[in-house]
Design a protein around this ligand. Structure first.
Ligand SMILES: [Zn+2]
Length: 283
């Protein structure tokens, strides 16, 4: 699954910042969007995309898994490629464009394409409408982000230690205490921290919660440094170099620490690959 989580959303936003700020949108094209629109992954009224025309890109910010492209006149393009997506930038020949749901043409004949692979969202929204966009509301929130300078061990423990919930629900999904982590990152984080996904936060020792905090930061930093996860493609078409430590790619292999077979369990609405020797369920 080529999910785009915080590291990849950050990479995309940073790259876009260097090439599209100051560019003027002169046209857009939507393709292959009927199904997406039906399930709420796009504006109900497609004419909302007309708002993008003649606007100039002023800033790009990523938070959690979501990218906000700000334009003049309080116009935004919100892109949330939750379960995978490809955002590409092109100069020159239009015939080489990747398949897209949304194509933006800029005044200097450069292009931006956005395609979602699975669940996610593409919304053209005014500032005052942003809170009604679920993905925006969820990630551009007051929740901690692992790359905020305020994401300290103390801050993490304050929100974490007392919770009588399992690690998956605390780190992934709508009730998570932090933004930006989906199933893929979660599996690597708990493997690194040597924790079972069913462990409850309140049961963790001080050492264990520190290991978890460090694993979150290390994973995010490493994935950003390596240009994203290996199935990720950046705006120039370059593939990420981070190979997940856990996940479907480890099926049938053994744990690199203890050599026991990697196992798969169903938990919290998804599959989790783990090493039951290193990640013991002690409760
Ligand atoms: Zn192991």
């Amino acid at each position: 699954m080529m999910s785009i989580e915080l590291p990849e959303a950050q990479i995309l936003a940073e790259q876009l910042k260097t090439v599209i700020i100051g560019k003027k949108v002169i046209n857009y094209q939507l393709e292959d969007y009927e199904k997406m629109q039906k399930i709420g992954f796009m504006n109900k009224n497609l004419n909302d995309f007309d708002r993008l025309i003649n606007k100039i890109i002023s800033n790009i910010i990523a938070r959690g898994n979501v990218i906000r492209i700000q334009m003049t006149d309080q116009v935004n393009l919100i892109i949330g490629p939750e379960y995978g997506g490809i955002i590409r930038f092109y100069e020159g020949n239009k015939h080489h464009l990747h398949k897209f749901h949304l194509l933006l043409t800029f005044a200097d004949q450069t292009y931006l394409t956005v395609r979602l692979i699975s669940m996610g969202g593409i919304f053209a929204s005014l500032d005052k409408e942003l809170e009604s966009v679920y993905l925006f509301r969820r990630d551009f929130s007051s929740k901690l982000s692992p790359i905020d300078s305020t994401f300290s061990i103390e801050g993490f423990r304050n929100q974490f230690n007392h919770l009588n919930r399992n690690l998956k629900s605390i780190l992934v999904g709508k009730d998570a205490i932090i933004v930006g982590i989906s199933n893929s990152a979660f599996q690597d984080i708990i493997f690194r921290a040597k924790l079972h996904p069913k462990r409850k936060a309140s049961s963790l020792t001080s050492q264990e919660s520190e290991a978890l905090y460090n694993a979150i930061r290390d994973l995010i930093n490493e994935r950003m440094r390596l240009g994203g996860k290996m199935d990720f493609i950046d705006i120039y078409g370059k593939k990420g170099q981070y190979v997940p430590m856990m996940g479907p790619n480890k099926k049938g292999t053994t744990c690199k620490n203890c050599k026991k077979p990697i196992e798969k369990i169903s938990f919290g609405g998804g599959q989790i690959y783990l090493c039951l020797e290193c990640q013991k369920d002690v409760e």
